[in-house]
Design a protein around this ligand. Structure first.
Ligand code: GDP
Ligand code: MG
Length: 367
């Protein structure tokens, strides 16, 4: 039997839309222009991309670069989810820091007005969502608080409820993915980032810190931070940071951004700098002070006001820039491509295939 090759369906070509006025025409001499395109993908350049090899001519603008604008518009419309978990014993300033990061009351404080703060007997998981909008972009931010962590006399396995919660979100996503009538956009409740608060003792990490990060770094992006760093002198802070970094290394704890997931040399160089500066020694506050005629967030200490956003005073701004302004998308990608993928592969292997769930929750067939 001979295989016949079906010619591609010939359809009338849609009229090429005129180049949007705000998009500059790609110049054949531009440094990141056409010459960079073909090489990166290891394919031959085609005349339409402006390559003027033998016999080919510059045929004009196609409009491939408008994909960026198209993606921007879609993201603006759809918005995105970002889920951040905060872990560390009570009173370390977790709620304050997240509120400072997102400039709003996205996490509840330890105690209400005059109310007494009760430490729960076991670790609780509390997820609270808010929609934050900036520049027309909507972010559904979920802060997952873990009150009770590290507060018990016996803290053995107190990461279990946290690990269970993280896996439950992967499971939820997986079930949606294999659903026959799956949603166009699967709601993403997976934990993209876990901020782990280290007590500013100036000594060393506690056994619980080591155990938690060891267990959880395999399933979630952990970012360790040194809490309430205004309670240490600059020398104490630097020494403590150095010691914590050494201990993390000794115990083989891989925190985010993990070495092995650097995309290329540029990524590696950028991430190396961040890794060398971690864990960030942060300060959070909801109080404003007048400094040099400007209102700034800060904390009053014996030696003056510690300005939260001043990089000479603490590393809050470094953390904010890293977490939100440069690595937010990467945190989501590593969660999806590495942590979720590992869960998914294990789950499908263990189970010999998941049972997909149809819209009315009846099982229909194996994967
Ligand atoms: P959580 O239990 O970890 O969520 O801690 P909270 O955010 O509720 O803060 C507990 C107490 O510590 C509050 O009185 C805060 O004002 C205070 N606090 C929060 N962040 C800092 C900080 O960076 N430095 C200092 N010195 N105190 C802080
Ligand atoms: Mg709190």
């Amino acid at each position: 039997m001979s295989e016949s090759i079906v010619p591609p369906e010939v359809r009338p070509k849609p009229a090429v839309p005129a180049k949007p006025p705000h998009v500059a025409a790609p110049s054949p001499t531009a440094p990141h222009g056409p010459s960079g395109l073909g090489g990166g993908f290891g394919v031959d350049r085609v005349p339409g991309l402006g390559h003027s090899g033998s016999g080919s001519t510059l045929l004009g603008y196609i409009g491939i670069d408008t994909i960026i604008e198209q993606m921007r518009k879609k993201t603006m419309k759809a918005g995105f989810d970002f889920n951040i978990m905060i872990v560390g014993h009570s009173g370390l300033g977790k709620s304050t820091l997240v509120n400072t990061l997102f400039k709003s009351q996205v996490s509840r404080w330890s105690s209400g007005w005059g109310g007494e703060h009760k430490i729960p007997k076991t670790v609780e998981i509390k997820a609270v969502s808010h929609v934050i909008e900036e520049g027309g972009v909507k972010m559904k931010l979920t802060v997952i608080d873990t009150p009770g962590f590290g507060d018990q006399i016996n803290n053995e396995n107190c990461w279990d409820p946290i690990s269970k919660y993280i896996n439950e979100q992967y499971e939820k996503f997986l079930k949606e993915e294999v659903n026959i009538a799956r949603k166009k956009r699967i709601p993403d409740t997976r934990v993209h980032c876990c901020l782990y608060f280290i007590s500013p003792t100036g000594h060393s990490l506690r056994q619980l810190d080591i155990e938690f990060m060891k267990h959880l770094s395999r399933v979630v992006n952990i970012i360790p931070v040194i809490a309430k760093s205004d309670t240490m002198t600059p020398d104490e802070k630097n020494e403590f940071k150095h010691r914590v970094r050494k201990e993390l290394e000794t115990h083989g704890i891989e925190y985010y951004p993990q070495n092995e997931f650097d995309d290329d040399m540029e990524d590696k160089n950028e991430n190396d700098k961040i890794r060398e500066a971690m864990p960030f020694a942060v300060v959070g506050s909801d109080k404003e002070f007048q400094v040099n005629g400007k209102r700034v967030l800060g904390r009053k200490t014996a030696w003056g006001v510690v300005e939260v956003e001043n990089p000479n005073h603490c590393e809050f701004a470094l953390l904010r820039d890293f977490l939100i302004r440069s690595h937010l998308q990467d945190l989501k990608e590593v969660t999806h491509n590495i942590h979720y993928e590992t869960y998914r592969a294990r789950r499908l292997n263990d189970n010999g295939g998941l049972h997909p769930i149809s819209a009315n929750n009846t099982q229909e067939s194996n994967l």
